[in-house]
Design a protein around this ligand. Structure first.
Ligand code: ATP
Ligand code: MG
Ligand code: ZN
Length: 232
């Protein structure tokens, strides 16, 4: 992955763009640097630009079910790696039709986990496999194994849109190793999907779905495409 520093959009009035402020105790990092670091951490976690500003607070909860989803998400955050948590590797399986807010909620949780100082990683599943294949075929700084190990080891992994990838033996094999490896190491995974469990079984194999059901709490998103609300 190439290193790119995220610059604050405007020159900061406090430090005039220096990134630090001179005090009696010496040079201290300015607030704007903390914001730069925060954005850099989100970029490293591959949070898509579109979701940088989204949060659980900005998730509209007119229906009771959506209120429950947000409450559930907050509870996940509260108990993440909590000492009293008997199943630290327990993740979430967010199930629902298109535009129901699954990616929004998954990334909102991921962002808060990163804010707490944990590591995290977002991958759209079809993109993950495109990238793994690309790295297999091209010489680059990062190898396919590096990318895969990174996804296996991060504190919280979001696998977005499971079931949207094109299936092959390679994909099923890799998914199994990834998901099973995370489970065995008590690392939580948030998975989102448009598919029903039955469809997922047919697509990614019953073996993988069985693991997912054991390691994730299912959360159903009520129907209603938020993207279409603009058209109403
Ligand atoms: N309850 C909500 N409050 C605010 N914004 C929402 C809500 N639900 C969805 N959105 C917004 O609508 C857009 C679509 O939501 P999102 O991408 O999370 O849907 P999705 O369930 O992941 O859909 P898909 O299955 O097609 O990927 C996003 O911009 C998201 O921020
Ligand atoms: Mg989505
Ligand atoms: Zn500053």
């Amino acid at each position: 992955m190439s290193k790119r520093t995220v610059k604050p959009p405007d020159v900061c009035a406090k430090c005039e763009g220096q990134g630090y402020i001179l005090t009696e105790r010496g040079a201290l990092p300015c607030e704007c640097m903390r914001e730069t670091e925060r954005l850099e951490a989100l970029r490293r976690a591959r949070v898509p630009r579109k979701f940088l500003a989204k949060s659980l607070d900005s998730f509209v909860t007119k229906e009771i079910r959506k209120k429950q989803i947000v409450a559930f998400a907050r509870n996940f955050l509260k108990t993440f790696r909590g000492g009293s948590h008997d199943q630290p590797g327990k993740g979430l399986l967010l199930i629902g039709k298109e535009g129901t807010g699954k990616t929004h909620v998954a990334i909102a949780i991921l962002k808060e986990i990163i804010q707490k100082g944990y590591t995290g990683l977002y991958w759209n599943v079809p993109e993950l496999f495109l990238e793994l294949r690309r790295l297999m075929n091209e010489a680059s700084e990062m190898s396919e194994a590096d990318l895969f190990d990174h996804a296996r080891a991060t504190d919280l992994l979001v696998l977005d849109d499971l079931g949207a990838e094109r299936t092959s033996e390679y994909v099923i094999d890799r998914l199994y190793v990834l998901i099973n490896g995370r489970y065995e190491n008590d690392l939580a995974t948030i998975i989102t999907t448009n598919r029903t469990l039955e469809e997922l079984r047919a697509q990614v194999s019953p073996r993988i779905v069985s693991r997912i059901c054991e390691m994730c709490v299912p959360v159903d998103f009520p129907e209603g495409d938020f993207r279409m609300q603009n058209l109403k």
